[in-house]
Design a protein. Sequence first.
Length: 202
Amino acid sequence: MLEMLVFTSLVHAAPVKVDLSAIESKWKSGSYADQGNPKWIVRDDEKRGKILSQVGSGPYLWIVNEEVEFRDGVIEAEFRIDEGKEDPEAGIIWRFQDKNNYYYVRANAIEDNVVFYRMQNGKKELLKESEAKSPLKTWHKLRVEANGNEVKVLIDDRLAITTKDKTFSAPGRIGFFSTADTKCSFANVKVETHSSKSSEGK
């Protein structure tokens, strides 16, 4: 009797640079409990081209791209924390289901750390943190690698966080995070999606 073997491999799509210019048609923004005054704008940067900046204020501000669906793969972006006295931080969002349910990782310029959070049913929960410096008015690179329940976070090409969480397993939107009085910017956003491919053999 012949047994059928099923082999599963990951298929990597080529990295895609996310369009930051069409903010009104391709992006959706908000905040925790619809509080504050989030304001995201597109600016021209001499070195980086189009950059996306948050110049408003409010608790747990977010903006997500409504065209990119992401579960597994890599999200990479440059970020700069321009100013902020209360909580100067900026980060990446992924597997965004709605305004109350998503993953995000953020860097904080005062606390000198990078933290991986789960926002579940409107409640923020810290999953893992690591020391990392991201001084104000300086560009840095943040990278999220997601594969099933495994998550890796790199800041400036240094591995900062490795952990697991299975709360959000469905695909969702990708985007950016800020909070309080932080003014921040994002540039050179690239997304690489991974999917599983099965093949049969005898």
